[in-house]
Design a protein around this ligand. Structure first.
Ligand SMILES: *Cc1c(COP(=O)(O)O)cnc(C)c1O
Length: 458
């Protein structure tokens, strides 16, 4: 009897109702609240540190503490005034579907564990391949984000290239294996080198090539490749949003037998809008692609997707087995990802895509691009120099010198009215603005431009 008291069956309806009310309250005024933590957050966060509790607390009390933490101590990155990094918002349908999928607590490892998830993964895979214009035979793995998707894709690349070279990777591993040489622009995202490192590619075998002022690989920089080469290109450089020249680079690399991988964490979605489609022309000729749904598509974290032209390479690299795993039909998502037990990410993806339709996704992407252009216009005759014009959804600006730029950046970040991030770009301190939230409207962009001009005198 004593035991049952320690794991109380709390009133789930009351807990969920309380959480729902708090959610409504949180989301009802994202517009005017500070983007930053409130002044008391420092104390509040410090007070969280305590010994591992031996006695539990009533669940409702814990929930109420969490609700109060949310009010003081969360960054309002889901609101319209957040332009840091590349941070997507969360569409209401995506959030609501995510809630339900958590209520159902489906495990997407095996079809037998969640036929619903397996069916939706199959369907969303097809829809995304069509929307993004990728080869029909491609397969998709639903993972936590682009970092993991990249690891999966490059594992598939390694599997495929060694198999073609008759190197028994499974038996002999990398010991004594012929080396795979990796090439890419010198402006690649840090997650790429991390994935390569984890997979056992040494730095001596990574060749980062010269890029132009927007971070694109210069096609005449491409050296001779071979059947044991991987070329990594970008659909959306993380600072400038630049897209590599796929039409020239991919056929050249493929003709020499190389594997081509695309980091399209936020930019692959350019394919969804007529306005931005030209940016990704030719991208479908690659072998693997990654993208994030938690960025441009505005579903909540964590949701990334790996696509691979060769399903067998991805499954060969990632499948595992066990005598207790009942895998007798259909789609076992765990064979296409690193994880085994996994939340059913396809549920909110399906709901979001079905609710928006390809028209709605096009409109979302177009809106981000239009807003970047609007900001560019508003800053054109201002103290700011445009370091990188909007190519997709983001741009870089700077003031006369690095100190002035840093002062303006700090003032912006401390204002609580909007948040942008900084970066070093080609030896220069810049302010980086990324527009990636469905809640951001033209009036917010106008407000941001005013604020930026105001702090330029800081
Ligand atoms: C965000 C991003 C990544 C990493 O994606 P995660 O989802 O954060 O793991 C990789 N490449 C680019 C270009 C990105 O913008």
């Amino acid at each position: 009897m004593e035991e049952t008291k320690k794991v109380p069956h709390d009133d789930w309806a009351l807990l969920l109702e309380t959480a729902k009310e708090a959610a409504r309250d949180y989301l009802s005024d994202l517009e005017n609240r500070s983007v930053n933590l409130l002044p008391q957050a420092e104390d509040t966060l410090d007070r969280l540190a305590e010994e591992m509790p031996i006695e539990g607390s009533p669940a409702l009390d814990v929930l109420k503490q969490l609700i109060s933490l949310g009010r003081t101590s969360t960054i309002l990155s889901t609101g319209p005034n957040y332009y840091g990094f590349v941070t997507g918002g969360a569409l209401p349908i995506a959030l609501a579907a995510r809630w339900l999928s958590d209520v159902w607590d489906q495990n997407a490892a095996l079809e037998v564990m969640s036929p619903l998830s397996a069916r939706l993964e199959n369907l969303v895979e097809q829809w995304l391949i069509e929307l993004l214009g990728l080869p029909k035979q491609s397969v998709a793995g639903f993972v936590s984000g682009s970092s993991v998707a990249t690891l999966c894709a490059l594992a598939a690349a390694r599997e495929h290239l060694y198999q073609r070279a008759d190197w028994p990777l499974r038996d002999r591993g990398l010991n004594g294996a012929p080396s795979i040489e990796v090439y890419g622009p010198d402006t690649l995202h840090g997650s790429i080198e991390k994935a390569l490192r984890i997979l056992g590619f040494g730095r001596q075998h990574m060749h980062w090539l010269k890029t132009d002022e927007s971070g694109r690989l210069n096609p005449d920089q491409l050296p001779t490749l071979g059947p044991l080469s991987i070329l990594i290109l970008q659909a959306g450089q993380v600072c400038t949003g630049a897209f590599d020249d796929f039409e020239t680079l991919i056929p050249a690399a493929k003709a020499q037998g190389a594997w081509v991988h695309i980091d399209g964490a936020f930019g692959l979605w350019a394919a969804a809008s007529k306005l931005s489609q030209p940016l990704v022309k030719g991208v479908a000729a690659a072998d693997s692609w990654v993208t994030d749904a938690h960025k441009t598509l505005n579903v909540p974290y964590d949701s990334g997707i790996v696509f691979c032209r060769y399903g067998d390479a991805l499954t060969k690299a990632l499948s595992s087995s066990g005598s207790y795993l009942q895998s007798d039909r259909g789609r076992d998502g765990m064979d296409l990802t690193l994880e085994m037990s996994r939340r059913a990410r396809a549920i909110e993806l399906w709901a979001t895509i079905k609710s928006l339709g390809s028209d709605g996704i096009a409109e979302l992407v177009t809106r981000f691009c239009d807003h970047a252009v609007l900001l560019h216009q508003l800053l054109e005759n201002s103290p700011y120099t445009i370091v990188s014009r909007p190519i997709f959804n983001q741009m870089l600006v700077a003031l006369a010198d690095d100190d002035a730029t840093t002062r303006a950046l700090t003032a912006l970040q401390q204002s609580g009215k909007a948040w942008v991030s900084g970066a070093q770009w080609q030896g220069r301190q810049v302010i980086r603005i990324s527009i990636c939230n469905w809640r951001t409207e033209a009036k917010h962009i106008e407000r941001l431009a005013h604020l930026m001009i105001e702090v330029s005198q800081a």
